[in-house]
Design a protein around this ligand. Sequence first.
Ligand SMILES: Nc1ncnc2c1ncn2[C@@H]1O[C@H](COP(=O)(O)OP(=O)(O)OP(=O)(O)O)[C@@H](O)[C@H]1O
Length: 249
Amino acid sequence: MMNYAADDGPPAITIRGLRVARGAQTVLDDFDLDVRRGSLTGLLGPSGSGKSTLMRAIVGVQRTAGGTVEVLGRPAGDRELRDRVGYVTQAPSVYADLTARQNLRYYARVLGAPISDVDRAIEQVDLESHADHLVGRMSGGQRSRVSLATALLGEPEVLVLDEPTVGLDPVLRVQLWELFHRLAADGVTLLVSSHVMDEAERCERLVLLRDGALLADDTLPALLARTGAADAEGAFLELIEKADSEVSS
Ligand SMILES: Nc1ncnc2c1ncn2[C@@H]1O[C@H](COP(=O)(O)OP(=O)(O)OP(=O)(O)O)[C@@H](O)[C@H]1O
């Protein structure tokens, strides 16, 4: 299933035999994945399929029950990765009673990032006109862009973004995907989760999850060729049907 090419150098993220239980439920079981350095990988799957859990394991905030997760050659969550890995959760993790700029200055100090990163990050997420507005008075989409900007401070090598485009209008979504592509072209490794299948078409590689299992890990053209589907959504449905028929036969 893995399509990691031997000449790409060591992967940015290597997962082997990962097992995660949440409550009484096994969310990920014997899960393997490699994510190539400098790639833009889309993590797709129905609600509850384990996308956020996998991302939490990659950034080292998820208790695991087995297996290994390595990021940039270090165990996930290692101190040394603190300013090399950026993570944006679904819930914006910024202070409502500070402005966007004040939030970013605060996070820059915590991370030890240069203060000049603040203006760069504001510009990257297209928030110049709202930089001095209180986050508590911003729209959901503006707040999530402030959150995303915090992850861009310090120029991390790996970005793990949990549904960063939720609540954004189509123009902003396109702009953010352009930003993700630029970052990947500069060598940043991005893992971006999404519910939205048309966003899949913007990723260089797609990881499809279902019930905590890896349904596919491939490029969109390869998935379309394999399934005969016209788009990512059709390919995903085809793969689900195939997996179901294999289980029932
Ligand atoms: N705090 C928790 N305690 C117990 N179970 C949890 C917890 N958080 C998530 N789960 C369970 O783990 C499974 C995977 O959830 P996860 O959030 O990883 O899915 P997801 O694919 O990211 O979903 P969504 O797209 O809706 O965010 C789900 O069945 C969910 O009910």
